[in-house]
Design a protein around this ligand. Structure first.
Ligand SMILES: [Zn+2]
Ligand SMILES: [Zn+2]
Length: 245
């Protein structure tokens, strides 16, 4: 399958669909897209192919689907196999996706372990393009490679029933990236976490400007009445929707 099929939860989706239909085989990312070896009754395989396209995850864009008959892969069950890099690299890198409703709910739930964690994401949302260093898309090929998942995140990542099954940027306050704040005049005096956010909000409320170096470059949020910075610093976007911390 070709198109935007990596980093969109396609492998977990294929795993779930094949398991539901009791098909055996495996799915893997390649330099060209997603490759599936699958065995089962012909009727069920037809259903499988139809549903692959019709029920694809929300961020997926299937551009092409081709199939050939092969020797049945054997084995029992269905698995997500390691990616096959291959010589040819020709696949779409998925765009970043805004935080989904499920993640927003967790973000604002004081009982959730990701309460107010700014880097919350799941299989259906979060960074993709801006963290991708190489395809096939897998955590070691992203800027998340340096963050080792904690046991709780790892358990979600490994659980086919979890909505973070195989979510490559999966992270939490314990194991993922954190907010940091410093002033250019004093880069060694950093504050982290909630105090960093509070410091930035203070500056904005005081009519100042902060540079937010995030996943996709630098954003200059400002109060509507504040002039945007005029110095040459590359693309500038004013992306503030709300200033409530
Ligand atoms: Zn999400
Ligand atoms: Zn974690």
């Amino acid at each position: 399958m070709r198109g935007a099929v990596q980093g969109v939860g396609f492998r977990p989706f294929v795993h779930g669909l094949a398991s539901e239909l009791a098909l055996t085989g495996e799915v893997r990312n390649t330099g060209e897209g997603v490759e599936i070896d699958v065995a089962g009754p012909v009727r069920t395989l037809e259903t499988f192919v139809g549903r692959l396209v019709n029920e694809a995850p929300p961020l997926a864009l299937v551009e092409d689907l081709a199939w050939v008959s092969i020797q049945p892969p054997g084995g029992v069950g269905f698995r997500i196999a390691p990616s096959a890099a291959g010589a040819l690299v020709d696949t779409l890198v998925t765009a970043d996706a805004a935080t989904c409703p499920d993640c927003l709910r967790e973000l604002l739930d004081p009982a959730d372990r990701r309460y107010r964690y700014p880097f919350i994401n799941c299989t259906n949302c979060g960074p993709r393009y801006t963290i991708t260093r190489a395809v096939p898309y897998d955590r070691p090929s992203t800027t998340m490679a340096g963050f080792t998942m904690c046991p709780a995140c790892r358990a979600e990542y490994d659980d086919p029933a979890d909505r973070r099954f195989h979510a490559q940027p999966n992270a939490c306050p314990l194991c993922g990236p954190h907010l940091g704040f410093f002033r250019p005049a004093n880069p060694d005096r950093r504050v982290e976490g909630e105090p960093a956010l509070a410091a930035a909000v203070d500056i904005l409320l005081g009519g100042g400007v902060v540079a937010v170096k995030g996943l996709g470059g630098t954003i200059w949020p400002a109060m509507p009445s504040t002039r945007r910075p005029s110095h040459g610093c590359g693309p500038v976007s004013n992306a503030t929707r709300s200033l409530s911390p």
